[in-house]
Ligand binder design. Structure first.
Ligand code: DGT
Ligand code: CA
Ligand code: ZN
Length: 657
């Protein structure tokens, strides 16, 4: 086995669990307000875990809160001697704050950080478990890791402890699951924003030939665990480049670094002064940050030589499953593939790691690695071992030609001020035109939709008014010779019994009906079989055209409803064959990305057209279509599989308007 060269070794500055931040400045203020807020909050938890009295714990909690709502600059507050006037900050903690900001040290806090087992901190993140309960579990059962906690639940050791019970044991058990699934992952939109920003900042460092995002971000997974960036640089520049990377703005913490790897935690400042734009313009970035003010993300940076770069990039792009298959393909040809190169078994002999790299077959880019294994280059989105190895084999050559964002000519599910959108029909239309689109499908909510007891949908009797407005606008563009039209659709609620909202007469006004489930409650309380039956009933309605956000999931917030999506898609396929047009949506909002990419290929096989809908609630929301295209690519979809790559006139005849 090859030794893992990225594993921490002695010269790596290793810090585990929570750690006190180290300053990268050489004059005050050594630490920022945000850093102090975090440390004080951590100290409160650590104190509680180590059994300190409640007053002390609360003092730190209060101080953390006081700082986070302090509007003025912390450094000036301290310099001008006004820190102790801030309500919630006492003498003792005030001293600690002053010391850290003015001198860069943390008093005797390190001993507290050392004392608490790191496993306990992980456990505190489980819903339903505060520090007090975690300490009780540690004291009575010695539980200091999530693994042990899970076993204790399974063995029913927790329910009998004082202060716990069957119910709380179950809650903890479910909480572990939730934590495993969600904790530490970041939605694609935010992850990519950080990833591109770091990629760009590293690219600009002198001595760097190339920096490229790898890992799940490059594969466009819907959520990202940590960012992986591969940097190419001549060996003699490595040390200099590493030092420069460590000094980049926007690094909350350096978790460790060695000769070829840096482990970082990025914070929001990473996103400021980004030069590139891509699909995400400055305004979008600002909006994202606003919505996720405390977002941070881990990043692993690997620095290699230009010759090694393609191999390292391919390896860290993954997925692990794809890598394993690739390695097997190499072995079948008497070769050895890893992050350093592609070697002939006989030449590489027993040398390992960087040493063996000298013997690699030269590949100037990823596609040459694939070529050596008799394969076409595989787009990163597809590298999930879902059939791409077979499809890429030269003798089969059945890789799809994936859709690109430029193929999109419009979208069918968008909101305006008629329901819960914030822009007018005309504003939305102009924004779509400026994206180069030929059409925009309006689908405001239907009358049944209530949010917080308030109806936000369009009442039946207002539908004709919206219709007239759209006809007038379309007439105007037609008179001016502009190749653009609005399609008047509806995002029509699918009611619990499988009926659609509005009367049939009203639904017939629309060019298309996006049927969506919103009142998830009754669907959640029913089993999958019944739900599937009800949804199929809705889809079979002749006025139904597009299934909107099929499962209702919100990434990292809630699961979709129990439903047999295969059965739904199969039925939609049959209906299409019978001549009833039924399409399914990839809801492109990065909060949803629903239809899931894993089901795209199945939908295509069942001949169900797919449309990529931004579900925009304002003009900026239209840009979300880009994320939907990434998911469609991940699902192997081509231009011809996607409804909204058709021209405006094609859609007019399809919708019969
Ligand atoms: P993430 O970070 O959880 O969203 O997912 P990835 O795919 O970015 O995974 P990560 O960050 O653990 O590792 C990056 C890539 O490195 C991964 O996609 C494939 C490669 N890799 C990591 N560990 C292994 C391994 O044990 N075997 C193989 N063959 N590849 C690995
Ligand atoms: Ca990763
Ligand atoms: Zn909706």
């Amino acid at each position: 086995m090859i030794q893992d060269p990225w594993a921490p070794h002695e010269d790596m500055v290793k810090v585990g669990g929570w750690s006190l931040p180290k300053s990268r400045r050489n004059e005050p203020p050594y630490f920022s307000k945000t850093q102090l807020v975090d440390v004080l909050e951590q100290v409160a938890v650590l104190l509680e875990l180590s059994g300190a009295n409640g007053f002390r714990v609360r003092a730190y909690q209060n101080a953390s809160r006081a700082l986070s709502s302090l509007e003025e600059d912390l450094f000036s507050t301290i310099s001008e001697g006004r820190l102790l006037q801030v309500k919630g900050i006492g003498k003792g903690i005030g001293g600690l704050i002053t010391e850290s900001v003015m001198q860069g040290t943390w008093g005797d806090m390190q001993s507290l950080y050392d004392k608490v087992p790191p496993g306990l901190i992980e456990i505190v993140g489980i819903p339903g478990l505060g520090p007090k309960k975690v300490k009780a579990l540690y004291d009575s059962l010695g539980i200091d890791s999530i693994g042990l906690l899970k076993t204790a639940c399974e063995l029913d050791h927790i329910s009998s402890l004082p202060g716990f019970g069957k119910k709380s044991q179950k809650k903890i058990f479910d909480g572990i699951d939730l934590l495993r699934r969600y904790q530490g992952r970041t939605r694609m939109d935010i992850g990519l924003l950080y990833g591109r920003s770091l990629e760009e900042k590293i690219s600009l460092i002198q001595g760097v030939e190339k920096a490229q995002l790898a890992g799940s971000a490059r594969r466009r997974r819907e959520t990202i665990g940590d960012l992986d960036i591969v940097v190419s640089s001549l060996i003699e520049n490595h040390q200099k480049v590493i030092q420069k990377i460590l000094g980049l703005p926007g690094i909350a913490e350096i978790k460790g670094y060695g000769d070829s790897k840096i482990s970082l935690i990025l914070e929001q400042e990473m996103l400021s002064n980004s030069i590139g734009s891509g699909a995400l313009d400055e305004r979008l970035a600002e909006a994202l940050i606003e919505r996720n003010s405390d977002a941070t993300i881990d990043a692993q940076v690997r620095i290699v030589t230009p010759e090694t770069f393609p191999f390292t990039l391919a390896y860290f792009t993954g997925s692990k499953e794809h890598n394993i298959r690739m390695r097997q393909e190499a072995i079948n040809r008497g070769l050895r593939l890893n992050e350093f190169g592609l070697f002939s078994e006989s030449l590489a002999g027993s040398s390992i790691g960087m040493e063996a790299a000298k013997h690699t077959l030269l590949c100037s880019d990823e596609s040459e690695i694939y070529k050596n294994l008799d394969m076409h280059w595989v787009p990163p989105e597809m590298r999930e071992d879902m059939g791409e190895i077979e499809a890429a084999t030269l003798s089969k050559s059945s890789l799809p030609e994936l859709i690109i964002p430029e193929d999109i000519k419009g979208a069918f599910h968008n909101h305006t001020v008629y329901s819960d959108g914030s822009n007018t029909l005309e504003e939305m239309a102009l924004a779509a035109q400026s994206l180069g689109w030929q059409y925009l499908g309006i689908a405001d909510h239907s009358q049944a939709l209530n949010i917080g007891g308030r109806s936000i949908g369009i009442p039946s009797d207002v539908v004709p008014k919206q219709h007239d407005e759209i006809i007038k606008l379309n007439q105007k563009w037609s008179d001016e010779g502009v190749d653009f039209r609005l399609f008047h659709g509806s995002e029509c609620d699918i009611l619990a019994d499988g009926k659609l909202d509005y009367s049939e007469n009203v639904r017939n006004i629309f060019s298309h009906v996006v049927g969506s489930i919103h009142a998830l409650g009754s669907w959640r309380n029913r089993d999958e079989i019944e739900n599937t039956e009800m949804l199929i009933r809705a889809i079979e309605d002749p006025t139904f055209t597009i299934l909107g956000h099929p499962t209702g999931r919100i990434l990292q917030v809630r699961e979709g409803i129990p439903i047999d999506m295969y059965a739904i898609i199969r039925r939609m396929g049959e209906l299409n064959i019978e001549g009833n047009f039924k399409a399914i949506e990839i809801n492109a909002s990065p909060y949803r990305l629903d239809l899931d990419w894993r089901l795209c290929k199945f939908a295509k096989e069942q001949k169900v057209p797919i449309c990529i809908n931004p579900d925009a609630h304002d003009i900026n929301g239209l840009n979300d279509v880009w994320y939907g295209v990434q998911i469609a690519r991940k699902g192997w979809l081509e231009r011809s599989d996607i409804l909204n790559t058709k021209s405006g006139t094609e859609i007019e005849s399809l919708f019969d308007v």
